[in-house]
Write a protein that binds this ligand. Structure first.
Ligand code: PCD
Length: 806
């Protein structure tokens, strides 16, 4: 017999649905240089804009003279704050409820701040023009040290806020104070500390760094005077939000604004906010009637658009002698730079930092955050993290290690002792979150077994003895980190951006031949959405992923979405995709019932179509249903097969993971070697295991960079001393360690397919694993906390300060 009927396994495999290591469809164009990025957009008559920037961190702008600049061949216009004032755009609102200068208005507040925008026929002419603009500055004393920001005699940075005693997030205590945010029960926490058998207090800083995507921020703005329409191609992680913001601030009708995010070369949070470059290019296009391109260079990117972190976290834990934690108290001094341009949901001035109780069952906790201004670049973006979750995870994971050291306990044992237990989910944290699901101990134990944790500890003590005897100059650290993330912003009850609820959306249209298109409100910057979104649909409605085209990033065609950051796409857009698919499936079932002449309830789903219960040979495939949807639907039913879903998530999702880093450090040179890095991630249901692995590799590489060297550092005058890849650590394949990945699966109970986000997790869990490894290595020499980044010099310095080198 020669039966060609495919088996169930073959039918299933053909779909390449969820769980399949489907190859990334977008890579076909990316690997052949056929991507279409903003800089590939070249329009007839297109002009180029570039910025005159401030060399000073703090200065009064006395005069801007553009006479010579306008004589440079090709230079057409020089735009200053005065020009922008005529259209009421000299200042713009920030996502955090502050305002920000688009171009210097009377004063500059950080080095490389935008002062004037030169528009020319090409980029070189614009650059020549910049060199001819003469700006007269009167330097003012810069404020760089965040701990001096609220001194009585600290310089006044924001003169525009003079006399304002309240800001977007309540009272201001000082002229350089932005907000104070407190969460938790102070009295109960203070009481827990009074009663505690063991306490400690440590200042844990998470230094300023930068997302630095390979493609910098850029846009092309083209205003059509006849139609009154503005088209913007830009590196936007959230194109719809940009459209609404432009409508609000430029007072253009929203239907006449077309925002297109083409292919994006990495975002990492850098491309969420709105920058002066976008406004200036749009104004320049409106003024000249020509398209205007603005492309940031690397130095501009590192020094002016968006920094991340810069949190100084005074951390205290109360505990019993046996190591059961009884209270957590954290105060954060948050350095926001010159303007509060943090990219957080509106109501959260410190993002989701109140996840700082981490994976542990703290009966009580109290958190307060003071945001302050300094003469540094604005930003505060979620660099591969869900709104300050990375800072929170670093804080608690470093603190748990410090507690373990104080108690003389093993750090992994201390964690196991304090984990939230599986039966406690949904778990209400002391700082107000409801964790959806987790099985922490299983993940931790799997990690410990895989790396043979107890043997590592034995090896470490033997090496320490040898070190003390002078037989080796190497020390060894085992860095343990167990993180809980909070991703999927978010439920409309507590998340909005400028008043827009943080839902996400999907529209699916199936064509007669059994193929279709899905348009989604998210926007990939490299994550592989074109691949994974089709996989969700394939499993849900039995159409092969290859037959589903995924489109994102064009506000004219995609349903309104809040964009991609904070690992929200899978939790929110991913859910919208499944829900839209289910609407289609429900209609398909009615069509199939009609065609098969049975009642709908007599049908059951079977991989790629419906079959009649009890009559397995009576079936109708989804492909055939698509055809029927266009010619023979039941009487009274509308033809066609399409659906839209706007999904407002009921809760966030809480992925977690157990990471272990093994590292040796040579005390005489500070040179470290990462011997092993093991990362176990639990992101619930896994859509594409290969993409997840790639996400984890990328996130760990960024975590490695941040923990071991990457830093935006200022000198005392406010000059950025790490403004290029010569000084800002960008690891290549040479430095990057080998990654071992692993997983457990604890589905999210409220997500339609049980999936949680994963893109940021490796950064969130990775940074503390590296830092704990370094700190663990040095701890036997008497240190409790060594400040990141742990570059060779700092390691050597730590060894010297601890008396290990002469
Ligand atoms: N997944 C799967 N499964 C699961 C999950 C997930 O499969 N369970 C996959 C998805 O589908 C996609 C990815 O994975 O594809 C991711 O996802 P998620 O997690 O959801 O995320 P999304 O939203 O999508 O994204 C975002 C992220 C972030 S956030 C970041 S930073 C970064 C990451 O993502 N970025 C990037 N990754 C990446 N990659 C690349 N390539 N590039 C980039 O840029 Mo932020 O906040 O923005 O900072």
């Amino acid at each position: 017999m020669n039966d060609m009927t495919p088996t169930r396994e073959q039918r299933e495999a053909k779909l390449e649905g969820m769980g399949c290591k489907r190859k990334r469809v977008e890579d076909i164009r990316f690997t052949q240089g056929k991507g279409n990025y903003v800089d590939d957009v070249k329009l007839p008559g297109m002009l180029h804009g570039d910025f005159v920037r401030s060399p000073h961190a703090h200065a009064r702008v006395k005069k801007i003279d553009d006479t010579e600049a306008l004589k440079v061949p090709g230079v057409l216009a020089v735009i200053t704050a005065e020009t922008l004032k005529t259209v009421n755009l000299a200042w713009m609102p920030t996502l955090a409820g502050d305002v920000q200068m688009v171009l210097a208005d009377g004063k500059v507040l950080f080095q490389n701040q935008e002062v004037a925008f030169v528009v020319a026929t090409d980029r070189y002419a614009a650059d020549d023009g910049i060199n001819k603009v003469v700006v007269e500055y009167e330097p003012l004393p810069p404020l760089i040290d965040p701990f001096k920001a609220m001194d009585k005699d600290a310089p006044v940075l924001r003169e525009d806020l003079a006399g304002k005693t309240t800001g977007a997030h309540g009272p201001r205590k000082h002229h350089n104070h932005i907000f104070e945010w407190t969460v938790g029960d102070k009295d109960l926490t203070d009481a827990a500390f009074r009663k505690a058998e063991v306490t400690f207090k440590e200042m844990i800083s998470y230094h300023r760094t930068h997302p630095s995507p390979l493609e910098t921020c850029q846009c092309v703005c083209s205003f059509d005077k006849i139609r009154g329409e503005l088209t913007i191609w830009g590196t936007f992680q959230a194109p719809h939000v940009i459209r609404t913001v432009v409508a609000l601030i430029a007072k253009l009708p929203e239907q006449k604004i077309h925002v297109i995010s083409p292919d994006i070369g990495g975002g990492f949070g850098n491309k969420v906010g709105a920058y002066p470059g976008y406004i200036c290019a749009a104004v320049a296009s409106i003024v000249t009637g020509k398209p205007v391109k603005w492309v940031e260079d690397r130095i501009e990117n590192l020094t002016a658009t968006s920094f991340a972190r810069d949190y100084h976290m005074t951390t205290e834990i109360a505990s019993t002698k046996e190591g059961k934690v009884t209270g957590l108290r954290v105060h954060v001094l948050a350095d926001h730079g010159a303007f509060d341009a943090c990219a957080d949901p509106s109501k959260w001035p410190a993002g989701f930092f109140n996840i700082v109780t981490g994976s542990y069952d703290f009966p009580t906790a109290h958190l307060s955050v003071d945001g302050i201004y300094t003469n540094k670049a604005p930003g505060g973006v979620a660099y591969r993290c869900s709104f300050r979750v990375t800072e929170a995870a670093y804080c608690i994971e470093r603190a748990m290690d410090i507690l373990a050291q104080k108690l003389g306990m093993d750090p992994a044992e201390l964690r196991l002792k304090n984990f939230i237990k599986p039966e406690q989910f949904p778990y209400h944290s002391a700082l107000g979150w409801e964790y959806d699901s987790g099985d922490y101990a299983t993940a931790m134990k799997k990690a410990m077994e895989t790396v043979k944790y107890s043997e590592l500890r034995k090896e470490q003590s033997a090496l320490r003895e040898a070190f003390k005897r002078g037989e080796t100059r190497e020390i060894m650290g085992v860095g343990v980190s167990f993180f809980t993330e909070i991703v999927g912003a978010g439920p409309s009850k507590n998340c909005d951006i400028l008043g827009i609820a943080m839902f996400d959306s999907c529209e699916i249209r199936l064509h007669p031949t059994g193929a279709g298109i899905a348009r989604v409100g998210s926007k990939s910057q490299g994550q592989g959405h074109e691949t994974t979104w089709a996989q969700i649909i394939a499993t849900e409605i039995g159409i092969p992923a290859d037959d589903i085209m995924v489109e994102e990033g064009n506000t004219d065609t995609a349903p309104y979405g809040l964009g991609t950051y904070g690992s929200r796409s899978t939790p929110v857009a991913g859910a919208a995709i499944a829900m839209a698919a289910r609407k289609i499936k429900a209609k398909a079932q009615m069509i199939a019932a009609y065609k098969l002449e049975v009642h709908e309830d007599d049908l059951e789903w079977d991989i790629d179509g419906f079959r009649v219960k009890g009559l397995p040979e009576k079936t109708m495939s989804m492909k055939d249903i698509c055809w029927a949807a266009y010619n023979s639907v039941p009487p009274g039913m509308e033809p066609g097969l399409e659906a839209v879903s706007y999904y407002d998530p009921p809760n966030m999702t809480y992925p977690f993971g157990a990471y272990i880093c093994v590292m040796n450090i040579d005390v005489d040179t500070g040179v470290y070697k990462v011997r092993r890095f093991y990362a176990l991630d639990d992101c619930g249901t896994r859509i594409n295991p290969m993409i997840i692995e790639g996400q984890v590799h990328g996130g760990l590489t960024e975590a490695f960079a941040i923990a071991m060297g990457q830093e935006i550092r200022y000198d005392a005058d406010g000059n950025v001393v790490t403004g290029s890849f010569m000084d800002f650590f960008m690891p290549t394949a040479v430095e990057t360690p080998h990654w071992e990945t692993d997983f457990t699966v604890t589905p999210s109970p409220h997500h339609p397919i049980g999936a949680k986000g994963v893109g940021e997790s490796p950064n969130v869990g990775g940074v503390p694993a590296f830092s704990n490894a370094v700190n663990d290595a040095f701890s036997f020499l008497g240190s409790t906390h060594i400040q990141m980044p742990h570059d060779y010099w700092r390691n050597w310095k730590a060894a010297k300060d601890l008396g290990a080198v002469a």
